[in-house]
Ligand binder design. Structure first.
Ligand SMILES: NC(=O)c1ccc[n+]([C@@H]2O[C@H](COP(=O)([O-])OP(=O)(O)OC[C@H]3O[C@@H](n4cnc5c(N)ncnc54)[C@H](O)[C@@H]3O)[C@@H](O)[C@H]2O)c1
Length: 282
């Protein structure tokens, strides 16, 4: 498979904007699509700020920043979303991702790779109704995408080995450390990390300690971010969707049961940093 020349990212939220930044920073003309124009505006500001920080730290020249920004096209018009590789980073819902991949498949050549940044949805299920399912693959970045080195590369049952190889090679080109993971619920990192959130939420639900105290203690014990601060960074809604999907995938295994506290935050629209309020206020 030839080296990828063009990238498109669908969904300009927490993850999509960071992935698009990586693309333009590493020389790929990148289309960033979202249904919501406000999300695209916010993403453009965040990407410029992200690259600006690299200039301040002498990791990028001002010229390289300007050249990177010139590679970015933002759009609400799906019909122009054509590329060698399309990475979707929309809401964690199988129905939404299915519809999107089918629309993208109709607009693109059969060799366009359709990658998903899903944290928990099975790649095999995601690929099943998509024309040419052998080009569907998991490419799971971590938050914040421009900074975190790990990328999980996940092959579903139908994924062609050359497709996973191409995505792995691209991850390296983006300066990342790709790791192959099997198509199991939550792959590797989220399966382990789930208990960091689920157990901390239980502690608060059972009134063992308030959430601020849980954060303080875990940070003092060496974790970079306490679970509640981290959920606010991830997006409380996204984190809740991931737990819910894993709970379903593990056949309602109680150890993955989503929390009522988290459900309430989602219902109230307190989705974390991106909405200005989650467990904390920003
Ligand atoms: N937040 C994290 O820390 C994190 C980390 C790794 C992976 N992920 C995964 O990345 C994906 C995106 O998560 P996020 O936190 O960036 O979400 P988000 O809520 O921050 O952003 C999602 C964006 O997708 C847009 N969108 C929704 N439906 C769309 C559609 N049909 N077409 C185009 N755009 C659409 C929304 O307008 C929004 O801007 C999810 O699958 C999530 O599981 C999230």
């Amino acid at each position: 498979m030839n080296e990828m020349q063009t990238l498109a990212v669908v969904g300009a939220g927490t993850m999509g904007l960071g992935i698009a930044q990586l693309g333009i920073q590493h020389g790929l003309p990148t289309i960033l699509f979202d249904l919501n124009p406000a999300a695209l505006e916010k993403a453009q500001v965040a990407i410029a700020a992200g690259l600006g920080k690299l200039v301040e730290r002498n990791k990028l020249t001002a010229e390289a920043r300007d050249a990177a920004l010139a590679r970015l096209t933002v759009t609400t018009d799906l019909s122009i979303v054509q590329a060698d590789l399309i990475i979707e980073a929309v809401v964690e819902r199988l129905d939404v991702k299915h519809q999107l991949f089918q629309e993208l498949a109709a607009l693109n050549k059969p060799t366009t790779i359709l990658a998903s940044n899903t944290s928990s949805l099975p790649i095999t299920q995601l690929a099943a109704p998509v024309p040419h399912p052998e080009r569907v693959v998991g490419m799971h970045f971590f938050n914040p995408a421009p900074i975190m080195p790990l990328v999980e590369v996940i092959s579903g049952v139908a994924t062609a080995p050359a497709v996973a190889d191409a995505v792995e090679a691209l991850a390296r080109r983006l300066g990342k450390t790709p790791v192959r993971a099997a198509d199991a619920p939550g792959f590797i990192v989220n399966r382990v990390a789930r208990h960091y959130y689920v157990e901390s939420l239980k502690i608060v639900e059972e009134q063992v300690a308030p959430f601020e105290v849980v954060d303080e203690l875990l940070e003092a014990s060496g974790f970079k971010m306490g679970p509640f601060r981290l959920m606010d960074l991830i997006g409380v809604d996204t984190n809740f969707s991931v737990t819910s999907a894993m709970f379903a995938s593990f056949h309602q295994d109680a150890k993955f049961r989503p929390s009522r506290i988290q459900q309430q935050k989602v219902d109230a629209g307190h989705h974390g940093r991106k909405t200005g309020r989650g467990f904390y206020t920003y």
